[in-house]
Write a protein that binds this ligand. Sequence first.
Ligand code: HEM
Ligand SMILES: *[C@@H]1O[C@H](CO)[C@@H](O)[C@H](O)[C@H]1NC(C)=O
Ligand SMILES: *[C@@H]1O[C@H](CO)[C@@H](O)[C@H](O)[C@H]1NC(C)=O
Ligand SMILES: *[C@@H]1O[C@H](CO)[C@@H](O)[C@H](O)[C@H]1NC(C)=O
Ligand SMILES: *[C@@H]1O[C@H](CO)[C@@H](O)[C@H](O)[C@H]1NC(C)=O
Ligand SMILES: *[C@@H]1O[C@H](CO)[C@@H](O)[C@H](O)[C@H]1NC(C)=O
Ligand SMILES: *[C@@H]1O[C@H](CO)[C@@H](O)[C@H](O)[C@H]1NC(C)=O
Length: 522
Amino acid sequence: MDSSIAATLLLKLLLGSVLPTASADRNGISARDIYEEMEHILVDNKGTNSDGLVNAITPCSNYINGDDTDGEQSSAQWVRIAFHDIATADVAAGTGGLDASVGFESNRPENPGLFINQTIGFFNPDVSAYVSMADMLALGVVASVATCGGTTTDIPLRTGRVDASAAGPSGVPEPGTDIDTTLSSFAAAGFDQSEAIALTACGHSLGRTHYTNFPDIVDESYVTTDNTDGGQEFDSTPAVFDSAVVTEYLDQTGEKGGPLVTTTNETQRSDFRLYNSDQNATIESLAASEDSFQTQCNTLFAKMIDTVPSDVVLSDPITPMPWKATDIGLDISSSGSVSVAGLIRNLYGASESAASSVSYTYTANGTNSSAVETTGSAGSGSSLYGTTAWYNFNTTIESPGTTALNINSAISYPINVDIFVLPAKSSTNTRSGTVTLYAAALSNIATDSDTMTATFYVATSQTGSRANTVTTKTVTLTESGAAGAYTLYTASATGLSSIGDVIVKVSMGDYASQTVKTSIFG
Ligand code: HEM
Ligand SMILES: *[C@@H]1O[C@H](CO)[C@@H](O)[C@H](O)[C@H]1NC(C)=O
Ligand SMILES: *[C@@H]1O[C@H](CO)[C@@H](O)[C@H](O)[C@H]1NC(C)=O
Ligand SMILES: *[C@@H]1O[C@H](CO)[C@@H](O)[C@H](O)[C@H]1NC(C)=O
Ligand SMILES: *[C@@H]1O[C@H](CO)[C@@H](O)[C@H](O)[C@H]1NC(C)=O
Ligand SMILES: *[C@@H]1O[C@H](CO)[C@@H](O)[C@H](O)[C@H]1NC(C)=O
Ligand SMILES: *[C@@H]1O[C@H](CO)[C@@H](O)[C@H](O)[C@H]1NC(C)=O
């Protein structure tokens, strides 16, 4: 084992708490922030501080970009786009995989339909320095399988994927592709024959083939006022992630395996060729029981989303966190007294209930403060993983000296009182893309030659893909006063128009602050 990983594990044991990730920091952003933002998108489904992503495909039959009568299903699109992104991976060469290169490939004949731009367009607001589009594509698969009735927790969701800046090679298998070519592209992506068969059947448990995309496969009679794109289901339950696709194929009942088994032009029967290529052995194993289908599919979906370029380091799987703090920010009074504030979240199960307040401490110079209680509720929410209760916190901390914030004796966060952004004093004008930034640093860490700089991480649009990409902008701050042991700094930054989150950190010499979202600015 790598010694830094061993050290992290040891630290976890010593702290007795979740230090959730073994993956590297990325581009100046801490792996823990990346992990906790992804946990937020996965878990905070409804209510206070929610991210609407999972809720948007609840129920699983929802179509986000149009009407119920279009014959389209967003959850199915989210699963299909992940496959089309990884289908051209070359694991031997260590290239391709889940890297959002599919965003540059929406006009290829092998990618018919609106699924690429609709999915990416919907995921875009969540892309930030913390979460890549490729991580969002992974989350999309996990969320779809969860809301469509599979198991909520059995596909491990890791973070750390890096977005490609250009298209990858073409070669996604198509309905007319011969079996040898299809199996060799799956093999290049790391899936042997049996895995290729199973992964395809797992994917085709959801959704449809559409007349609008494949008029040579789906009969025009499928186009009706209730199904304007002419979607023909793969199985009788296109909005339930279940084994019906394989049992109906074997029994020749219901949809009989769907259009890619039954279409009149035999050349286009790619599912039949694939399923039959091992004399139905893999399909029979999937059909052995519902549990067998779910277990095998979860394993293969996990393998699919973890197919990444060889230089990508994935985090440990996300575990929904019973306790966490978010939007942590520091402020300073005119006399130099430092406070820390933010939100605490408790995630709890059906047999538990929310506490009326939560106690927390801070650690300064190796000693924990006496406990501070939150006052009042900051809201509540619901999740696939339980119920959430939210609490505001704000307390004065010792400075210099404070190093950690400890929530309910359950989890600790590092606090850096040497140098920090001042969210309560800073402000944003999202329309003009202007940020007025304030920051503080201990006066004794600055030398005359040091300048205080801010790095803004901005999600911006790019050419060729609808996916936002994160660019950085650096500005220099100037001194604006003093408060106790601290010097205050400010800068005005322009040109930061963004669809998603802007994230900022300040640094001076060897010192760098923690990152904060500008969305928490006053
Ligand atoms: C030989 C391999 C495969 C071929 C030739 C193939 C082909 C197709 C075709 C022609 C469609 C219809 C798309 C439309 O009209 O909107 C489709 C839909 C779909 N595919 Fe595949 N597929 C393959 C493998 C996979 C795999 C491995 C997955 C995922 C693990 C997958 C997931 C899906 C899903 C979820 C849909 C439904 C999309 C929707 O309803 O919008 N497919 N596939
Ligand atoms: C069947 O599909 C193949 C592959 O797309 C195509 O070349 C051929 O013309 C089709 N045959 C008929 C009879 O439509
Ligand atoms: C596989 O199952 C399909 C559907 O029931 C059937 O048409 C086909 O003949 C089977 N293949 C073999 C080799 O038994
Ligand atoms: C904590 O509360 C005080 C008093 O309302 C406020 O001035 C300060 O900005 C808050 N601290 C933070 C970090 O937001
Ligand atoms: C805590 O440590 C800091 C230096 O990190 C020091 O300036 C401060 O005086 C210490 N506070 C106490 C109470 O010992
Ligand atoms: C401070 O509190 C945290 C969280 O409850 C605990 O893990 C840690 O051991 C405590 N540290 C000290 C020095 O008591
Ligand atoms: C998807 O969006 C990209 C970037 O905006 C654009 O270049 C491409 O043509 C779009 N593709 C489709 C199928 O509309």
